[in-house]
Design a protein. Structure first.
Length: 244
C-alpha cells in the first residue's frame, strides 16, 4: 500500500506571532550576560592608571561578554520559535498526524536541533570568559567549556558549574548525537549484526528515537538551568574592570 503523500506549501510556514511569543516569554526566564565594560583602554594606558596586562584583560573580558550576550540572544530566539511550533500542536505518534501537524513538527525539529548547537556555543563562550576572568592562560583556539572547571579557584563558582553540568548531562548527549552521530528525533532504521561464536546474526532495525515531548521538556529544563547558572555567576563574578 503506497504511503500517504504530504504536500507542504510555502503558505503553511507561519512565523510566530507576537501573542504566541508572549506566551513563551511569560513562562521562561531571561538569559543575562555579565555587563562588563571597559571604557577607553588607551586613556587608561596613557594615564598610567592601569598596566598593559590589566587593560588587555579588561578589553578581552568585555569582548567575550558581548559575544555571550549575542549568543544568548540566538539561543533564546531558537528556543522561543521551537516552543511556539510545539504549542501549535502535533502528537508524538506520527501515524496520528493530520495535515497541519506536519509543518509544526518540521519547524519544531528544525529549531530544536539548532537549539542544541547554540547551547554548545553559549557554554564555550562562557568558558572563554572564565578563562580571561581568572587569567587561566588557555589558548582561545583550544578553549572548551570543560577545560575551565579544574582551574577555577572559587569553590562556589566551581560548584555552580558542576551542578549545571549534572542538570544538562542529557542535553550534552543530545547535542553530541545530533552533531556527531544519529539524529535523536527520528527512528533509527539501521540493521544490526551480532557476533555469536563463528555465526553472524542479522537483526532488523529497532526504530528507537526520542519523542518530541521529551525533547521539548529537556529544552525547557536546559533553558531554565542555563538562566540560573548565568544569574548565579553574575553574583559570584564581581565587575572589577574599568568603566563600571
Amino acid at each position: 500500500m503506497p504511503k500517504k503523500t504530504i504536500i507542504i506549501k510555502a503558505s503553511d510556514y507561519r512565523y510566530p506571532s507576537r501573542d504566541e511569543l508572549r506566551e513563551v516569554y511569560k513562562t521562561n526566564p531571561d538569559l543575562h550576560a555579565f555587563g562588563y565594560m571597559s571604557a577607553y583602554p588607551m586613556i587608561a594606558l596613557i594615564s598610567m592608571k592601569k598596566g598593559i596586562k590589566e587593560v588587555h584583560r579588561d578589553d578581552h573580558l568585555q569582548y567575550w561578554d558581548r559575544v555571550l550576550l549575542n549568543r544568548n540572544g540566538m539561543l533564546s530566539r531558537t528556543y522561543y520559535n521551537a516552543m511556539v511550533h510545539y504549542m501549535r500542536g502535533f502528537p508524538d505518534d506520527e501515524s496520528a498526524f493530520e495535515h497541519e501537524h506536519y509543518i509544526n513538527r518540521i519547524q519544531f525539529d528544525q529549531y530544536a536541533e539548532i537549539f542544541y548547537y547554540h547551547f554548545s556555543t553559549v557554554k564555550d563562550t562562557l568558558g572563554q570568559l572564565l578563562n580571561v576572568y581568572y587569567s587561566m592562560g588557555f589558548d582561545v583556539a583550544k578553549m572548551f567549556f570543560k577545560n575551565v572547571l579544574a582551574k577555577i579557584p572559587d569553590q562556589a563558582v566551581s560548584k555552580a558549574i558542576m551542578d549545571f553540568n549534572v542538570l544538562t548531562e542529557i542535553t550534552t548527549e543530545y547535542r553530541n548525537s545530533f552533531t556527531h552521530r544519529t539524529p535523536i528525533n527520528y527512528p533509527d532504521s539501521r540493521s544490526t549484526i551480532d557476533h555469536t561464536g563463528d555465526s553472524l546474526i542479522y537483526g532488523s532495525a529497532n526504530h528507537n528515537f526520542v519523542k518530541s515531548s521529551v525533547i521539548r521538556d529537556n529544552m525547557e529544563s536546559t533553558f531554565i538551568a542555563l538562566a540560573g547558572l548565568l544569574d548565579t555567576l553574575k553574583m559570584l563574578l564581581p565587575q572589577k574592570i574599568g568603566g563600571i
